[in-house]
Design a protein around this ligand. Structure first.
Ligand SMILES: C[S@@+](CC[C@H](N)C(=O)[O-])C[C@H]1O[C@@H](n2cnc3c(N)ncnc32)[C@H](O)[C@@H]1O
Length: 228
């Protein structure tokens, strides 16, 4: 098994990080972390099946690496000296809820590496409202699906992100990669199609606002391309 998505997540880890993977499932991210030189990890999952799968998949590392497997919910049983966490492959609401439930722990971490599958703008909105800064981001395509990765740290800076920053990603919108364009052009085409169907007034307004924001961002990209 190989995953470009999780390999990109692992690129935000550093060799000496004491790292925890929340919702570890198969344990593949820990394998990438080991390849990067990380030798202390905590793998957490709230279901026995996935945690046992991770134990089996990582058994060959047992004598080279200090790995703790923990059956627990979110950050509840996070070891006190963990410095960096990843929460990947879950819905954005679940990721935000996990962080909200243990906000003080989340604030004490050196880095949070988050990869929400859905509601990505809401995760950025939550981070910004809780005083976290987005220190890095990545966008990656795996099996025709585009994923966004957000790296955050508590910096006591509240409400720093605009609506556009939350939607597009403050870092991603400055880098303006081809994948970024692909994702948002696709969404714009999808919205244009939906707007031709019968919709409630609220839904129409919501989608029209999203469309306007997308057009503004994509037009500003074109202008920059033309200037360079
Ligand atoms: C879809 S898998 C993603 C696995 C892996 N992180 C990835 O990105 O490929 C989500 C995993 O998170 C676990 N999970 C869901 N909610 C959780 C929670 N509150 N605390 C810990 N683990 C959770 C599930 O049991 C499942 O193994």
């Amino acid at each position: 098994m190989d995953s470009k998505r999780l390999k990109t997540v692992s690129s935000f880890l550093r060799e000496n990080d004491y790292f925890a993977d929340i919702g570890c499932d198969h344990g593949l991210l820990a394998l990438y972390a080991f390849e990067l030189g990380i030798r202390r990890m905590q793998l957490i999952d709230n279901k026995e099946g996935p945690l046992n799968q991770a134990k089996t998949n990582l058994a060959h590392l047992a004598d080279q690496c200090d790995i703790t497997f923990t059956l627990s919910d979110g950050l509840t049983s996070l070891k006190p000296d963990i410095e960096v966490i990843a929460i990947c492959g879950m819905g954005g609401k679940l990721i935000s809820d996990i962080l909200k439930r243990d906000l003080e722990k989340a604030k004490s971490l050196k880095r949070l590496i988050l990869q929400p599958n859905t509601q990505i703008p809401d995760v950025r909105k939550f981070l910004s409202s809780a005083g976290f800064a987005i220190i890095d981001e990545a966008i990656v395509k795996e099996k025709r699906k585009i994923y966004e990765i957000i790296v955050a740290r508590y910096q006591d800076t509240y409400g720093q992100l605009s609506k556009e920053d939350c939607y597009f990603g403050p870092r991603l919108r400055t880098v303006r990669s081809l994948l970024f364009l692909e994702k948002h052009q696709k969404r714009l085409a999808q919205i244009n199609k939906i707007l031709n169907e019968p919709l409630s007034a609220n839904r129409y307004r919501e989608l029209f606002q999203e469309k306007t924001m997308l057009e503004r961002e994509l037009t500003s990209l074109k202008e920059i391309e033309n200037e360079s």
